[in-house]
Each structure stands twice: as C-alpha cells, then as structure tokens.
Ligand binder design. Structure first.
Ligand code: HEC
Length: 112
C-alpha cells in the first residue's frame, strides 16, 4: 500500500508540473528571460521613468516607452537585433515561441 501511495506521489509530482497555466508561463518568462528581467525596465509594460540624468545642468527623465501597443514585427525585431549604441534595451537569445509568449503576455495585460 505504501508503495502505491509513493508511486502516486511521484506521478502526481510529474504531472503537477503541467499545471502551470499559459499565463503563468508567460509571466515567468517576462520576469525571468535568459538575461535581465523585462520587468526591471518595463515594469508592467506601461511607460516608465527609469531615472534621471543631467544634461547642461538640466534634469532630464529617462523614459522607457510603453510596450503594450507595440506591433509584433517591432517586438520581435527589438529582442533579436542590437539597437543603436545609445539604447539600453538589451538583446536576448529567445526562441520565436518565447517571443510570441512574451508578446501575448504584454499585450493581453492591456485590459488590466
Ligand atoms: C535595461 C533595461 C531594459 C530591459 C531589461 C528590457 N528593455 Fe525593452 N526597452 C528598453 C528601452 C530603454 C527601450 C526603448 C527603445 C530603445 O531605447 O531602444 C525598450 C524598448 C522595448 C520595446 C519596443 C517598444 C516600441 O514600441 O518601440 C519592446 C517591445 C521591448 N523593449 C520589450 C522588452 C522585453 C520583452 C524585455 C525582456 C525580454 C525587455 N524589453 C527588457 C529597456 C529595457
């Protein structure tokens, strides 16, 4: 009897891994891509002020644009290709599928 229970627990454990919803998967990817977390700079995807810098004695905010209305072409491009040198947006080595997931996550968040 004990063995059966043990086996049950093992199978349950393996199976339970599948119980992560697409939304949870997408969120974990956003929080934890292979590289620095998107959330560090993009927060919940809305426009963010990351900090301030001074130029000619003027305090200028460093603004990160909203990514909620970005089209897929641009979304994909910015994650694949290095940007101009002044950009701090990093490139990632994500698969097409991962980029799609991130895109769905960010754009579905729109309503909330
Ligand atoms: C170090 C900060 C930083 C991190 C981390 C970061 N980004 Fe960005 N991102 C930026 C900045 C700054 C821009 C503005 C465009 C530029 O400067 O090139 C940007 C632009 C974008 C854009 C284009 C927006 C538009 O409409 O042009 C998308 C899409 C995007 N980021 C998605 C992501 C995703 C997804 C991740 C995580 C995998 C991520 N970013 C991680 C800083 C960051």
């Amino acid at each position: 009897m004990k063995i059966i229970l043990f086996l049950f627990l093992i199978f349950y454990g393996v199976w339970a891994e599948d119980f992560i919803s697409p939304k949870e998967y997408q969120e974990s990817l956003y929080q934890n891509p292979r590289g620095i977390s998107c959330a560090k700079c993009h927060g919940n995807g809305n426009q963010q002020t990351l900090g301030f810098y001074t130029k000619n004695g003027e305090k200028i905010p460093f603004i990160i644009p909203s990514i909620k209305n970005t089209n897929y072409k641009r979304f994909r491009e910015i994650l694949f290709q290095p940007q101009e040198s002044k950009s701090i947006m990093p490139t990632y080595s994500l698969t097409e599928q991962e980029i799609k997931s991130l895109y769905d996550y960010v754009t579905n968040n729109k309503k909330e």
